[in-house]
Design a protein around this ligand. Sequence first.
Ligand code: NAI
Length: 390
Amino acid sequence: MQRVLGVLLSVSWGGPAPRSLCSPNPCCQSQNVMKVLAILYDGGKPAEEEPRLLGTVENKLGLKPWLDSLGHELVSSSKEGADSDFQKHLADAEVLITTPFHPGYLTRDLVEKAPKLKLCITAGVGSDHIDLNAAVDHRIQVLEVSGSNVVSVAEHVVMSILALVRNFIPAHEMIERGDWQVSEIARNAFDLEGKVVGTIGAGRIGYRVLQRLVPFDCAELLYYDYAPLPPAAAKAVNARRVEDLKEFVSQCDVVTVNCPLHEGTRGLVNAELLKHFKKGAWLVNTARGAICDKDAVAEALKSGQLNGYAGDVWNVQPAPKDHVWRTVKNPIGGGNGMVPHYSGTTLDAQQRYADGTRKILQNYIEGKEQEAQNIIIGLGKYETKAYGQR
Ligand code: NAI
């Protein structure tokens, strides 16, 4: 019903419809100095040279001059671990900003050591780095900049699907090596036309992937999601819902993962499920690394059960140098399309999530109502339906 209303209100399905905000709207507790802790990633030389790299420790989401002018303190750091700035400043921070690209993992243990914490803002989309149940218990609000990078990710998904299906990466590597053996590449290159492509999760990103695939004349577009698309939205992309996950994967040539990481999706793509994939299917995961079982995916690729695996998300970030996903290949030496976590942090996306973070912070400081679509955890409860069925 919520989705039906959403589609009636907008021209096309853009994601879950806004919920009405029923929780009270807390604002900045300390009228004098509020500490805002931003855990971002070290940008190094590129961040000095490119000021549009806003999501870095150096450029601080562009928030520093504004917060300074209001007399609030902004501490920006990338550090984790027991003696880190993250843990030190968390002790008296009122607001925590984190980016999913180099997340500060806010465990229940850390929540309990942060008595002043009132608001967590995800500069981007995806708040699984926060123990959301602990945030509920401690009445800490969690907000995302919903929609800020969904096109960026959807484009990356389509690119990754094409790169795998067309065997692009080994072809390019061959050229760099100075070789030229067309048959070696063409033996595992296919067209996307005529293939069945399915998305696990048909929210903002999943739906945009489906929209972008329409002109490729796939045999069929499928989706698996506990929340069905509004009929008009499903019809617009000609997508069919499959309610059983095993049945769903068994029908797909390509599976793309576009759901949040939560209790119901951790390890969802595991050895058992991979047995139900079509032999030689391609799998793209730009949602969260831990939705796919690291070793099971590596084994499936090595054995040829999967022909390719691509994505930008890892079960540990930054991924260790010897992480199996960096190098694992299919039996004929291709099929790996892994990159660092960057699909949702293009320069265009960084501007959008920096603006959105500032807006959330401003609403908080001024005691204004937050945009309903950004609220993951309200005061003491989940406000979203996307992080599992409760
Ligand atoms: P969304 O909230 O619009 O859509 C998520 C969809 O997943 C919802 O329709 C929900 O019902 C569905 N879902 C939840 N649990 C499911 C389950 N067990 N099985 C099937 N479907 C399920 O979220 P959006 O904007 O599409 O983002 C999705 C995820 O993508 C984020 O939570 C984040 O983890 C990831 N992401 C990755 C980025 C990157 O840079 N790689 C950037 C942005 C988001």
